[in-house]
Design a protein around this ligand. Sequence first.
Ligand code: AMP
Ligand code: ZN
Length: 483
Amino acid sequence: MTIRLHNTKTRRKEDFAPIDPQNVRMYVCGPTVYDRAHLGNARPVVVFDALFRLLRHTYGADHVTYVRNFTDVDDKINATALARQQAGAAGTLEDLVRERSDETIGWYHADMDALGALRPSQEPRATEFVGQMIAMTAALIEKGHAYAKDGHVLFRVRSYENYGALSGRSVDDMIAGARVEVAPFKEDPMDFVLWKPSTDDLPGWDSPWGRGRPGWHIECSAMAAELLGESFDIHGGGNDLQFPHHENEIAQSACMGHGFANVWLHNEMLQVEGKKMSKSLGNFFTVRDLLDNGVPGEVIRFVMLSTHYRKPMDWTEKKRGEAEATLRGWYQLLLDHGFTAKLVADMKAEGAWNADAEFVGVLGNDLNTSGAIARMHVMAKNKTAATLVGFAHALELLGLIGDWADLPDLAQADAAPAVDPAIAAKVEALLEQRKAARGAKDFAAADQVRDVLNAAGVQVSDAGGAVMWTLSADFDPSKLEGA
Ligand code: AMP
Ligand code: ZN
């Protein structure tokens, strides 16, 4: 099967042809580790995890290398360390910076594991590659693409004629549109930092330009070259990183003579209930907040995969409820058809664990996860032995089942956030009425009950004989009264 991917660089969907099918290589910009990941930060994780899984499926699990970095040198991390020291924490600022980074990486792993994201093949910490960043910076000065001034090293943007090609903007447009910093040590306001001085108490490294630390953009160019080589297949990240971060990565690497990434993929942003997530709007929350509120990681993942990665996605309470109902129905369907951990292991051993060709084909068309999910609904409805194997395979390929032994837990509705027992009893009673009406073949009565439930904001899904229900955001208990 040929995977097709939309390349930001060419603004077209292209057949994906890896440089070396024995080692398909992907780099994705990772988080700056100063705080818990918010829900938006999880979108690129889930999107590129889905791509990682599709590549492993296509080229073999041992033939894909996925690198995602941790940016563990940054003003925001320094600020958290300073605040802790001022609050009386023991240790040097450097110790406290390290502590904060370690702690944040631990949180990140726990939260992203809960979303079913596989750990990338390598997760380099920027601070472990400062030697390579210094070497690249020195080489760029040598080639005339950078200059040192007052302990800083700056990249000379005008020395790279293709600057702006990724986002399709000219340097002059970018100056007009961006908040570029004018500083006395810059030849041109567009020039960006490769190296900057550090104070004695904050993390810093000795360099030809004095004690200092790398700029953010050089981190990715240096780590990608070190771990994936000068040319590799895919570079990913959020849309917000296209400019300036990715333009700057390209400028640095191209001026080193590196081929760098062939395909650039960018996920669109996540919003919450139609609004940009922000602390001031009070709609800002972390992945951990959701998990702690009883929203299963699989549900968060499913909602994310329900929107194509190049479309803005909206997190809504309604979608959460629908996703929860669908997934529970699907897990129950598999249980009803005897999909135990043992059965799946046996099928894998016997070579009977077959993918659904249509599902994989849809997914391979620019990572069309929403289309792939639509195909899964069809398979779940068909319920023939062959489609159910393809369906189960698809659930695993999308990362919606990690451990088959967990299936009974996942299918249980009691893991959901607690619903007022009086309301639950009322809904259950109505569902019983519907069941009785159906049993008596009085379908008009059965539909009437369903309409009452829907009107009140109770979402019902039938799957494999099991009836699941959840309350949507606009649930109105008064509409259940008198029903
Ligand atoms: P940061 O730690 O802020 O550099 O962000 C880490 C990753 O999260 C980057 O790939 C961003 O593109 C991504 N990101 C941040 N906010 C959002 C959002 N609202 N929606 C989707 N991705 C986001
Ligand atoms: Zn990067």
